[in-house]
Design a binder for this molecule. Sequence first.
Ligand code: NI
Length: 404
Amino acid sequence: MPFSSVHPVEYIRRWQDDYTRFRRDLHAHPELGFEEHRTAQRISERLTALGIEHHTGIGKTGIVAVIRGQATSPHSIGLRADMDALSMQEEGDRAHASTVPGRMHGCGHDGHATMLLACAHYLQETRRFAGTVYLIFQPAEEGRGGGKAMLADGLFERFPAERLFALHNWPGLPVGKVAVHPGPVMAACDRIVIDIEGCGGHGAHPHLTVDPVLVAGHIITAVQSIVARNISPLDHAVVSLCGVQAGNMDAMNVIPRTAHLVGTVRTFLPETRHWIEARLRELVTAIAAGFGAKVKLRYEQVDPATCNDAQQARFAARVAAQLFGEENVIHDLEPSMGAEDFSFMLQKKPGAYLRLGQSNGEGDEQGGRFLHNSRYDFNDAIIPYGAGLLAGLVEAGLPLIEKR
Ligand code: NI
């Protein structure tokens, strides 16, 4: 058992108050993707104080810290945390609430960065592993391409981690539980913009117009047939048109010239993703043509699906069971239709994405709230769990004494 002498969770728990203060300071000063200057500065100051080698400015505001174990070995592990906030207004009256209007750590990335820092602290003090650990503080996870930016900046050429792990706090699970499984965990996320062009005119003389609002209505209804009638019922996919814009609300008798729709597509399998894009193009083009309108579909692939390597997921589950007990490891939590840009890193290296419980049970007003809820808050009680779990992956994955 690798944790017989010191249990990483118990070791890190001694620093609970200090890291709680650190996390709440980040929470009070949220920064959007690629603007995490203060956040990166705070992390860098801590790493410097701990004597940990680190490199800043990777993928604009990202940081990579490097810790070498007691024994040398060619093997290495990368641990990744995100650190950006969201464009949303925090509600509630907690003392460490956001001090920046319209900005909020509504997904707990303040907690993720803090847990990775506490893990670095532990690994630097104990160094009970052989080889190298790369601690990756990633900017701009929330749809701004931070994972991609770090890769484009030579992340794995400069810091060649053999395998990767990351975790996300999960309000749907109680504190002390961990979920990990092989295969897809988070969905691929794409954006769609549909621009319809007709011919405007008087609402009393519709026969002299090509009404783009009517075309939009038909498109809205028809695209729902893609998931219902073109995708296997055993597969999972979502097509949501979330925004409609046409005409002027003060002009009740004017048929506008244009109408616009925006939406999102979520899938797990690459073939499903391509099939939905193809079907969308066919449907949208045919419907517009049928009404004599013109249409343009912009389909932007944002994040691929986050897929866990089978071997690494099983390894992570074993480590979690050693740390927290087998009864606290969930092997079949259903994947989320949300997206995660750790997926870009997992396309390059085998690894796993874990979900860490953060709810104090039913009625938990903060930690149990959904991610991106305006009253959500990261639960500081899980800092030792997350940091200890990441450290445990290193100690078990890069053992000091090779098993025979
Ligand atoms: Ni998140």
